[in-house]
Design a protein around this ligand. Structure first.
Ligand code: ADP
Ligand code: GLC
Length: 486
């Protein structure tokens, strides 16, 4: 049976993206439409999204806020290259700020209002369009209030039968607010209780969403288990255990239209598992671009990452001198933690022809690194799913990962006796383990090139498309609809 689904999200790749959440929203709805479902998306119209080419609806959309209504312009378009309708809610004061979540190095104190507006706005939008979806699919804390609204002030009326699915991309991302702001976003005081929004006196939208959503998913099976433990639960493991029967782990896919070494417009040459000539050219190109020595034989390691504790940036930076001592080249693209950025800048200037860092966010450069490197490093402290290790496998760039969350679920460890595997794993998050594993990978590259090549081929052919996940989500939607409608 075709299902109608509204994705309510704070990011969507091709419009605006800060990380993997944006990649997921930019791909999963199209995969659902390919299965015959009516999936649509609503996001804010941040000022970084040009209005050019978007259709503007004539009537404004009223969203109850404070003493009256806040008015949004509604823009509509299709997700590029697909038939997925995308609605963008435009409110200059809330989203015309040059940033998504917080100003650089600071915090936006009114994020409850901004994302409360988005969540309530998504519900208002459905009434405005006269299109009531079977399911609201919401993502992480910024849209976690949707299920809370649906179970409280919207519990009667046209939206009452709609089910909600809350996907946890990162449980550690939580925003907390002063309860004084609750009436501004029209949430009832009765929700200030520990089995809803209340979290040690603060309003925690994610916590409320976890209690109120009809069903929950996490972005890998391994992560679904990890968040039920004190170590991985970011303070909400009790909630996760309470809702364990309604929680399912579903691995993310990759957008194969965007991440495809056979046709990627961002890279120097195309290639496929039967011919690696193009990959060698991509390596030469990234070496030139980054000012590294033109050496085809040297193992080139790539990193594309937010620079943060989650990503194990600290461990990587401590290991870097020893990794370079293995006669490797390393390129990093990243942004985030100011101290890490500063160190990388300095180190890059003194990196000679073996190390280069590019601080900032560049999707094109991310593609060129994925294509040009031999190995890709992800020493994450925790990783709900992780997309780069899947991109790197698709590009024949073998990942070196800490076996946590989705990294463990998506990378097959090298078995020297048989040559099996698609990457190299370590368990203990320490500088020594990381360096040892890089050494192991580099030795494989140098001393067992046939194994290395076979692993590259195998990695490139692994099925990472969204079709598998889309079917599983469709099952979850049906499960949620049945639960909601009793
Ligand atoms: P997370 O969402 O936790 O950052 P993921 O691996 O799921 O981790 O997704 C990260 C996404 O963001 C990938 O598409 C990756 O290529 C991209 N990305 C991260 N940092 C940068 C950067 N500095 N420049 C370009 N793309 C980046
Ligand atoms: C989060 C997680 C990352 C995951 C992404 C998309 O940003 O940190 O591991 O891949 O969401 O689900």
């Amino acid at each position: 049976m075709p299902i109608s689904i509204l994705f309510v999200a704070s990011e969507c790749a091709r419009f605006v993206k800060a990380g993997g959440l944006g990649d997921v929203i930019g791909a999963l709805p199209a995969a659902l439409r390919a299965l015959g479902h009516d999936a649509r998306i609503v996001i804010p119209r941040y000022d970084v999204i040009p209005t050019q080419g978007l259709k503007r609806h004539a009537a404004p959309l009223g969203v109850p806020l404070g003493a009256g209504d806040a008015w949004a312009a509604v823009y509509e378009t299709r997700l590029p290259g697909t038939d997925v309708p995308v609605y963008l809610l435009d409110h200059e004061q809330l989203f015309g700020r040059g940033y998504l979540y917080d100003p650089p190095g600071s915090v936006a104190h009114d994020n409850l209002v901004r994302f409360g507006f988005l969540s309530r706005g998504a519900l208002q939008l459905c009434k405005y369009l006269g299109w009531i979806p079977d399911v609201f699919h919401v993502h992480d804390w910024p849209t976690a209030l949707v299920p809370v609204y649906l179970n409280t002030i919207e519990s009667a009326g046209p939206l009452a039968r709609a089910a909600t699915v809350l996907t946890i991309h990162n449980l550690a991302h939580q925003a907390k607010f002063h309860p004084g702001a609750l009436p501004v976003v029209h949430l009832p005081w009765s929700e200030m209780r520990p089995d809803s929004l209340e979290d040690f006196g603060a309003v925690n939208p994610l916590k409320g969403g976890l209690y109120h959503a009809t069903k929950l998913t996490a972005v890998s099976p391994r992560y679904a288990a990890e968040i039920q433990t004190a170590e991985g639960g970011a303070g909400l493991d009790g909630v996760m255990r309470f809702r364990a029967a309604d929680l399912l782990g579903i691995l993310n896919g990759i957008d194969e239209r965007v991440w495809n070494p056979r046709a990627d417009p961002n890279i120097a040459a195309h290639y496929d598992p039967s011919d690696f000539t193009g990959k060698a050219e991509c390596k030469r190109a990234i070496q030139t671009e980054m000012g590294l020595a033109q050496r085809p034989d040297v193992p080139l390691l790539g990193v594309v990452s937010r620079l943060s504790e989650q990503k194990g940036t600290d461990v990587f930076l401590a290991a870097l001198p020893r990794i370079l001592d293995l006669d490797t080249q390393v390129v990093i693209l990243g942004s985030g933690d100011p101290a890490a950025e500063g160190y990388l800048h300095w180190r890059s200037h003194h990196g000679g022809d073996r190390f280069r860092a590019w601080i900032g966010f560049s999707e094109q450069l991310a593609h060129r690194i994925e294509a040009g490197a031999d190995l890709f490093v992800m020493p994450s402290r925790f990783e709900p799913c992780g997309l780069n290790q899947m991109y790197s496998q698709r590009y024949g760039t073998l990942p070196i990962v800490r076996a946590t969350g989705g990294l463990d679920d998506t990378v097959d460890n090298y078995v020297p006796a048989t040559g099996e595997g698609t990457g190299f794993k370590f368990w203990d998050l320490s500088v020594d383990s990381l360096v040892d594993t890089v050494r192991w990978a580099v030795e494989t590259y140098r001393e067992r090139p046939q194994h290395f090549r076979a692993m590259q081929r195998r990695a490139m052919q692994k099925p990472f498309g969204w079709d598998v996940a889309a079917r599983k989500y469709a099952d979850v939607y049906e499960w949620a609809i049945a639960a909601r409608r009793g």
